[in-house]
Design a binder for this molecule. Structure first.
Ligand code: ZN
Ligand code: ZN
Length: 433
């Protein structure tokens, strides 16, 4: 029996997905997705809050609060039921297969009456998609690859989902070792000198409610301080991710606020940003403005479908940028939702090692990116890593153990991970000199 928080989060997420599938307004799609994250990450039991207090949950406005109240009264949310009834069965499931997407899913369901991934697989192999407008050999190939990724993602997700909510890094690592096809050094048992959760001195990729996080700057910093970190970076989204509505003014005001908080915390606060790697490898802002940040994470948030040569060039250009410190969630996969981008991994590792750019081990259990099975090879190529939560809520900060598990699986020691280093050594690395 899921908790009320989980049940409501699942319904809000489904609502957001259904809105996206039916061509709903992108801002509404995003705001329900954000509300789902906020509710899922809220530490108190939503079932026990007085109704008037629901809007005090960060990220929950009046219309979401009304839906939560309705769920508490009736056990359901009518708007979700109504929208679900309008979408043909199977369309939502198919739309999540990498390479299919909403438009094609509706087309496939409408024209072929397919309602499951298994049926889709058979249909592609039987050539039944051929001749449908907009489908060629390339899309057949992409869909088959998507189905394979969806299957392995489902297995990984199930394995991670089977863990207790308070599983330790070691327990998570054991699941990875049992599950992943290409075991790293972690399979050789409790290795000597492997990284432990307590070796981490800080988190270098986190968000606040200035962009799509659900908690204020003060709230995130207080929670990080309570974890005993020595340093902590705030890296809200940069302007080119238009949906997040970041501006120069907003980020500079945040910098002042962060500097003002420095005295009240025992941590060193780093002001950063999560930059967007454009299709040509460039990032937000000019070099001067970027020089005002203590740290930057640069991530791919668009044009995921580039061919391997173009994508590899894109990452290489970003790593060569003297203002880029960490490549965030490098393969941009979302387990069960988005396939990894196609990039020449050896070239990516070489570029990072050569330029002093860290690769992120994104600790979100929805991402696990860099995927654990690639970590050992990256380390052997001379890459340094940052284990980050990419936290959007207070609960997300505890995901760090998934990143530590992945790093242990890959055989990493604290020396391989820049946020295990003393501040001085970290700052030297961030200067890229
Ligand atoms: Zn990102
Ligand atoms: Zn992020």
């Amino acid at each position: 029996m899921p908790s009320p928080n989980e049940a409501v989060a699942a319904l809000l997420r489904e609502y957001s997905e259904l809105l996206g599938l039916t061509g709903g307004d992108q801002f509404r799609v995003r705001s329900y997705e954000k509300a789902a994250r906020a509710v899922g990450g809220y530490p108190e039991d939503l079932g026990a809050l007085p109704e008037s207090a629901l809007t005090r949950v960060p990220g929950v406005g009046s219309s979401v609060a009304a839906k939560i109240a309705e769920y508490r009264r009736t056990g359901t949310i009518k708007a979700v039921d109504d929208l679900r009834a309008k979408v043909p069965p199977g369309a939502l499931v198919l739309s999540k297969v990498p390479g299919v997407g909403p438009k094609r899913a509706l087309q496939i369901v409408g024209e072929l009456g397919i309602t499951s991934v298994g049926e889709l697989d058979e249909a592609v192999r039987g050539g039944r998609l051929r001749g449908m407008p907009g489908f060629g050999p390339k899309s057949e190939e992409r869909i088959l690859r998507g189905i394979a990724i969806a299957a392995s993602d489902a297995a990984l997700r199930e394995a991670l989902g089977s863990l207790a909510p308070d599983a330790t890094a070691d327990e998570i690592c054991a699941v990875l070792a049992a599950h992943l096809a290409t075991p790293g050094a972690g399979e050789s048992g409790p290795g000597h000198g492997l990284i432990r959760a307590e070796d981490l001195r800080g988190d270098l990729h986190t968000h606040t409610d200035l962009t799509d996080g659900t908690v204020s700057l003060e709230g995130m910093i207080a929670a990080a301080g309570a974890r005993g970190y020595e340093y902590y970076a705030v890296t809200d989204h940069a302007p080119n991710l238009v949906m997040q509505r970041m501006t120069d003014e907003k980020v500079l005001v945040q910098r002042d606020q962060l500097r003002a908080l420095a005295d009240s915390t025992g941590m060193v606060l780093l002001h950063g940003s999560e930059l967007n790697i454009a299709p040509d490898g460039s990032v937000d802002w000019d070099e001067d403005f970027l020089g005002g940040f203590d740290i930057t994470v640069a991530s791919v948030h668009s044009s995921f479908e580039q061919d391997q040569a173009t994508m590899t060039k894109r990452f290489t250009v970003a790593a060569q940028n003297p203002r880029v410190n960490i490549i965030g969630h490098p393969l941009t996969r979302r387990i069960g939702r988005r396939p990894p981008v196609q990039v020449d991994l050896d070239a990516l590792y070489a570029a990072c090692a050569r330029t002093g750019t860290a690769l992120e081990i994104n600790a979100s259990p929805h991402r696990m990116d860099l995927p654990p099975e690639h970590i050992a090879a990256a380390r052997d190529a001379g890459v340094k890593f940052a284990i980050d939560t990419d936290a959007h809520s207070l609960a997300d900060l505890t995901n760090v153990r998934y990143g530590v598990a992945a790093a242990r699986f890959g055989g990493l020691t604290p020396d391989d991970v820049i946020n295990c280093w003393p501040l001085e050594r970290l700052l030297e690395f961030l200067s890229k000199s």
